[in-house]
Design a protein around this ligand. Structure first.
Ligand SMILES: Cc1cc2nc3c(=O)[nH]c(=O)nc-3n(C[C@H](O)[C@H](O)[C@H](O)COP(=O)(O)OP(=O)(O)OC[C@H]3O[C@@H](n4cnc5c(N)ncnc54)[C@H](O)[C@@H]3O)c2cc1C
Length: 267
């Protein structure tokens, strides 16, 4: 007998975001940090079953010198429940593989995101927002969004009842509509995603998901998470998040001489 579960229910291992209106779950994972060091060393015919201190040193070397390909042998699959406007930002990351619920197939279980707090437009940065001051009537703004969501849903249902197909009727649904998608990515591109989307330059809503991803995966990549100092994630103005060597578990390892590719890989 087969059993089908609703895609709109979070998997067991998940983190709630957006004040409980969205979530992201980790549904599958292939590979560990040991996979990364074994992939890095394969050209020397070495394999390890468990990580030791030298493997941690190698991991640091790979991260610091952007030898990213060994990271690509670790793959994560997430189930994401988010508003359409976050889905659009997420799907710009072309190195992920996606499959999404289709509103051509189903009209059930329509949910809309209603922000707990409305932010104001930033004065200096045209794509950013700032905390609103007391002059913004939060209750009125939330109620306007709620009314619009309800009106859009009513129009959508009316169109369906008049015989219009789902693929055209969905055009009246707003960007606040929640969607659910399946998303797989390798660790190298996931770290790039986190760097961009957990940044203060990213929209608050997608930052919630990027931070949730850290929570979901950090126990399975403890040394990498520590090297990035995820508890105290550091940003640089011009580029990638700085590696937090203070939090790197391998304090004994000196990065001096890390450029000697062969020495580091064969340890
Ligand atoms: C704060 C912020 C604001 C943004 N604002 C806008 C905006 O206003 N308008 C807008 O259109 N987008 C915007 N974006 C999206 C941005 O331009 C990127 O599309 C998105 O961040 C994905 O980055 P990526 O291409 O590095 O990721 P991925 O697509 O996952 O690619 C990862 C890496 O793989 C390589 N790669 C992947 N595909 C190709 C390819 N076809 N050719 C060559 N190399 C490839 C590149 O090295 C790339 O960095 C914004 C992103 C952020 C974080």
């Amino acid at each position: 007998m087969t059993s089908l579960a609703s895609v709109n229910v979070p998997p067991t291992n998940h983190v709630m975001v957006l004040g409980g209106q969205g979530w992201i779950g980790l549904v599958d994972q292939m590979g560990t940090e040991t996979t990364v060091v074994n992939a890095a060393r394969v050209s020397f015919g070495k394999m390890r079953r468990e990580m030791d201190e030298r493997d941690v040193q190698l991991l640091r070397y790979l991260l610091e010198n952007q030898h990213n390909t060994p990271l690509e042998h670790v793959v994560f699959t997430f189930l994401v429940h988010c508003p359409l406007f976050i889905r659009s930002q997420w799907h710009r990351h072309r190195t992920w593989s996606y499959n999404e619920i289709s509103r051509r197939y189903t009209e059930v279980d329509l949910q809309f995101y209603l922000p707990d707090t409305l932010r104001a437009q930033a004065a200096s940065n045209r794509q950013a927002s700032v905390q609103a001051d007391d002059t913004m009537d939060q209750e009125l703004c939330r109620s306007l969004i709620q009314q619009q969501n309800a009106a859009a849903l009513a129009t959508y249902e009316k169109l369906l009842s008049l015989g219009v197909c789902r693929e055209q009727a969905r055009g009246v649904l707003p960007q606040n509509l929640m969607t659910t998608f399946w998303a797989s990515v390798d660790l190298s591109n996931l770290l790039k995603f986190i760097e961009l989307r957990a940044s203060e330059h990213a929209q608050w809503e997608i930052r919630e998901y990027a931070e949730a991803i850290k929570t979901l995966i950090k126990d399975s990549i403890p040394n990498i998470a520590a090297c990035y100092g995820w508890e105290v994630w550091q940003y640089t103005k011009n580029g990638p998040a700085a590696l937090n060597t203070e939090h790197c578990p391998s304090q004994a390892f000196s990065t001096q001489g890390a450029g000697r590719f062969f020495d580091v890989y064969v340890i």
